[in-house]
Design a protein around this ligand. Structure first.
Ligand code: KIV
Ligand code: ZN
Length: 515
């Protein structure tokens, strides 16, 4: 492969997914993995197979389906971890095992209780074991940026000799600075014996807001793989944002000496929207590249300049990252074809009964609402397509509320196909609805977060609600959308309960997640 190619290693489904509020079920992970393949990422880190049965199953399912991207499973250096990752990757066309151990004295002393020699033995053993299962093995020195750099030379030398072809240098705690990180990268590439047989990789966290800058500095210093996530999601402050790195490389070939990625930039925006819809975490409006305001010119002097010549204030075009026009896209006269095309543009490939169900919802909505925006369509997909077998189905809701009336919800649901009704009162109407639902569904889940987003502007805006529930150490997010925010709230709560019930029916209890 050309030395000018920067490999994009996407860890949205692993490092991203393990961050609070970003968990996804199997169907959702598969849907995103398909989009990541369309996006053109080189490697998809699909999960951490030993962490839970769910992670194992998603790495397995993604491995069985993807054709172009390499599929990677994470493993600590223990033999059981590596074996589990290998098992989950069995069906992958291009499997990669990614094994890691911490190398900083801070981690050795306080976390691992091991000395440097013991860690070297672990690296050697785990990489050899992984090579017994596949040719493509990545080794990461966790907390590399707080590790002794000459010890890191030893560590990576050992990993390469044992058969690793990618050496990852994580800034696990988001501590390093661009110049410092670039210097470390140069040092390692120069000093590690056999470094020419490996691709050096960056994996940065954004605790000081420097993940993208650090990654790009290391690329200039010789790194040829960037680990990143869509929308920059990830542990704590997040990981390096894929879209920012890719567009920086594309927009400044003069600086990056024609280094480029295989990413199809027009798939950046659909990927961002799809992720945000699935996890229910909105993209901040001022987020670079994919935020709502990233291409909105507000100041008069800017507008004037852009109208005269876009180049005055625009360093890239919205079209180049696949942002469709955000004006009216569809209305009640639009047919299946236009509806399907628009969903495709937004990154949703759905067919058969799922497509018909989404189309019916679209028509229902178009009857109530004059203009249907892209965000409305995403909400429809979140509400109906990223679906599950529904134990609890919304049927009807009426609310009594106001300044003097005691808020009262009368709710009808189908529970396992049987129509049931309940009435409850609460501090407010949402409280009353949730009590009625909890009563009918006999749930012991805790409500952790309730979030309302008006997904489109105007008086007839569609409301989208996200509800985060926790039960037995598992956290799920449900989404609901409807022009009536009360109905959207009820649907979001039921969606989350259906997810919990789905997890229970499939897996029983699982080990806690995370590393
Ligand atoms: O941040 C980190 O160090 C990691 C490793 C597992 C690569 O996520
Ligand atoms: Zn990480």
């Amino acid at each position: 492969m050309s030395n000018q190619l920067i490999r994009i290693f996407d860890t949205t489904l692993r490092d991203g997914e393990q961050s609070p509020g970003c968990s996804m079920n199997l169907e959702e992970k598969l849907q995103l993995a398909r989009q990541l393949e369309r996006l053109g990422v080189d490697i998809i880190e699909a999960g951490f197979p030993i962490a839970s049965e769910g992670d194992f199953e998603s790495v397995q399912a993604i491995s069985a389906e993807l054709k172009d991207a390499a599929v990677c499973g994470l493993a600590r250096t223990s033999s059981a971890d590596v074996e589990r990752a290998a098992k989950a990757l069995e069906k992958a066309r291009s499997p990669r095992i990614h094994t890691f151990i911490a190398t900083s004295d801070i981690h050795l002393e306080h976390k691992l209780k091991m000395n440097r020699e013991q860690v070297l033995e672990e690296v050697e053993r785990a990489v050899r074991q992984a090579r017994g299962y596949c040719d493509d093995v990545e080794f990461s020195a966790e907390d590399a940026t707080r590790s002794d750099r000459d010890y890191l030379v030893e560590v990576f030398k050992t990993a390469i000799e044992a058969g690793a072809s990618t050496c990852n240098v994580p800034d696990t705690v988001g501590y390093t600075q661009p110049e410092e990180y670039a210097t470390l990268m140069r040092y390692l590439i120069e000093k590690v014996p056999g470094s020419d047989r490996a691709v050096f990789s960056v994996h940065c966290h954004d605790d000081l807001g420097l993940a993208v800058s650090n990654s790009l500095a290391a690329v200039l210093a010789g790194a040829r793989q960037v680990e990143c996530t869509v929308n920059g999601i990830g542990e704590r402050a997040g990981n390096t944002s894929m879209e920012e790195v890719v567009m920086a490389l594309k927009t400044r070939p003069d600086v990056f000496r024609d280094l480029d990625t295989k990413i199809c930039a027009q798939e950046i925006y659909p990927s961002s929207r799809m992720l945000s819809t699935i996890i229910g975490v909105p993209v901040p409006p001022n987020k670079a590249i994919v935020g709502d305001n990233a291409f909105a010119h507000e100041a008069g002097i800017h507008q004037d300049g852009v109208l005269k010549a876009a180049i005055t204030y625009e360093i890239m075009t919205p079209q180049s990252i696949g942002r469709p026009s955000n004006e009216l896209v569809l209305g009640k006269h639009s047919g299946r074809h236009a509806f399907g095309d628009r969903l495709k543009e937004l990154g949703f490939e759905i067919e058969g009964e799922e497509f018909q169900a989404a189309f019916r919802r679209f028509k229902d909505l178009a009857d109530k609402k004059k203009t249907i925006y892209n965000e409305d369509l995403e909400a429809i997909v979140a509400d109906s397509v990223i679906g599950l077998d529904q134990r609890f189905e919304f049927v009807d809701l009426s609310i009594l509320s106001g300044t003097f009336a005691e808020p009262t919800a009368t709710l009808a649901l189908k529970v396992d196909g049987e129509l049931q009704k309940a009435t409850a009162t609460g501090i407010g109407p949402i409280d009353a609805i949730f009590k009625a639902i909890a009563d009918l569904c006999e749930t012991k889940s805790e409500l952790e977060r309730f979030q309302v987003n008006a997904v489109t502007g105007g008086m007839d805006a569609l409301g989208e609600v996200s509800v985060t529930l926790g039960e037995d150490g598992r956290r799920v997010i449900g989404h609901g959308s409807h022009p009536d925010i009360m109905v959207a709230s009820a649907k979001a709560y039921l969606h989350a309960l259906n997810k919990i019930s789905w997890h229970k029916s499939r897996r029983g209890s699982e080990e806690p997640r995370g590393i």
